[in-house]
Design a protein around this ligand. Structure first.
Ligand code: T4K
Length: 415
């Protein structure tokens, strides 16, 4: 296929026959993904890796891991940072170290790892509804979900936007519950001027390759409790408190030196990554302005924010087509928009079988799971790409009814 400039291609498309979904050529020659890794300076990374080989120290709390922990703790202003192999294991360890049992209140509108980290340890995730504006736990709903078996609350700072930390803290304190945050999306973000990482009993970051700051795979637990941190350090290393001396059940949650090398290198470019995300956000905001039924979620510009997710809500009534049809249009153009976090954990197994009527208590989750989508951003996306994506969305919405009619017919087998 003969590919041209995506912007020119997208500008030229002015009727739906030209959309790739209906036989036109895709606007982008290659797939444009959500979650393309941001890479720091390759030479700096390779130099660190060479030094690592010279030392012949590859894992088990090596010097690069220690340096990364110190740098992260300093940057976040938190007493303890323990880096781990990924955020899922970090969540599992934090849950265990905090002694959570029985039932724990969590949002369903999150990546499934939040719920799995509980269920994996036979703790029941009790799915709670979210605030329709912030997409984070609704404190009033949290109060209603508390039972005598509740031991804790896991809030999720979804898209990097902080939970209502004050209300959740008040609820946790008044009911003697532990409070932790899945801050997988919120590294580098602040709440009331304080860096995320300082709230609740502990917070967990993800440094997965798809996050704006990555260590290939990786994560961290941060806490201002020295006692909790000491326990977590033991738990991530099989429970060893010294040679031959195991004092807890533990697991292997250690981060390797090569992952820490990636993290240390990424930290040196962190401000650039964030600046690119903000610039992309402003461009998307301009390109998508005034498209009926398409709204870009807002970030609080008075706080520090990594802006790593470009999240849209699609109102089918105004756009003329639903989120799923818009995603189909974009995928055909090689824009790999994602339906994070469809369909909600409560509609995934095993939770769907355990709680077949959970949706009755989750109206906002249900609604948002049908309306929300994420678009590509980060250093892999430039101004021309965003303009082209904006034009595809504008074209699709301006022919929303027609696209809906055609796709509905295809799906019902009428054509
Ligand atoms: N809590 C929350 C709220 C989370 O969002 C996550 C993870 C976790 C906990 C657990 O954190 P980790 O245990 O992963 O540290 C991705 C990520 O794998 C996952 O880390 C992330 N959240 C989630 C939101 O997104 P998928 O299933 O969408 O990944 P995948 O393989 O489809 O990758 C996304 C896109 O990124 C691909 O279409 C292509 C691109 N990509 C991906 C990788 C790995 C690349 O271009 N290069 C790459 O190396 O889950």
């Amino acid at each position: 296929m003969d590919f041209k400039d995506p912007l020119i291609e997208a500008i030229m498309k002015d009727c739906i026959e030209e959309l790739a979904l209906f036989g036109g050529s895709p606007s982008f020659p290659e797939k444009l993904h959500v979650g393309r890794p941001n890479l720091g300076d390759r030479e700096r990374f390779l130099a660190r890796v060479n030094e690592m080989f010279d030392r012949n120290w590859l894992t088990n709390n090596g010097p690069l891991v220690q340096e990364l922990e110190q740098k992260l703790a300093g940057m976040l202003g938190v007493r303890n940072c323990i880096v781990l192999c990924n955020a899922t294991v970090a969540l599992e360890i934090a849950v265990r170290a905090l002694g959570l049992t029985g039932e724990v209140i969590v949002p369903s509108f999150t990546f499934v790892a939040t719920a799995h980290s509980l269920q994996w340890q036979e703790i029941t995730p009790v799915f709670c509804d979210i605030d329709p504006d912030t997409h984070t736990l609704d404190p009033q709903a949290v109060r209603r979900m508390i039972t005598p078996r509740t031991s804790g609350i896991v809030g999720v700072h979804l898209w990097g936007r902080p939970c209502n930390v004050e209300a959740l803290t008040e609820i946790a304190e008044s009911h003697n519950l532990k409070l932790m945050f899945d801050a997988a999306h919120a590294f580098g973000c602040s709440h009331n001027g304080k860096m995320i990482g300082n709230f609740g009993n502990a917070e967990v970051f993800s440094f997965h390759a798809t996050k704006f700051f990555n260590t290939f795979e990786g994560g961290a637990i941060v806490t201002n409790s020295d006692e909790l941190a000491a326990k977590i350090r033991l738990m991530k290393n099989f429970g060893f408190a010294g040679y031959d001396n195991v004092i807890y059940v533990g697991t292997n949650g250690k981060m390797t030196e090569i992952c820490a090398a990636m993290g240390l290198t990424g930290l040196e470019s962190l401000d650039d990554f964030i600046a690119v995300n903000h610039r992309n956000y402003r461009r998307y905001s301009a390109e998508l302005a005034d498209i009926p039924g398409v709204s870009l979620i807002k970030y609080n510009d008075k706080e520090r924010c990594n802006c790593q997710y470009i999240v849209l809500e699609i109102d089918e009534g105004k756009a003329g087509l639903n989120r799923d049809y818009l995603v189909e249009v974009l995928h055909a153009e090689n824009v790999m928009a994602r339906r994070y976090f469809y369909p909600g954990c409560h509609r995934m197994e095993p939770y769907r079988s355990y709680f077949p009527h959970a949706e009755l208590l989750l109206p906002n989750t249900e609604r948002l799971a049908q309306r929300v989508m994420s678009l590509p951003t980060g250093t892999a996306v430039d101004e021309e790409d965003i303009k082209a994506i904006g034009r595809i969305i504008r074209l699709a919405v301006s022919h929303g009814g027609e696209i809906t009619g055609r796709l509905a017919k295809t799906k019902t087998g009428l054509i």
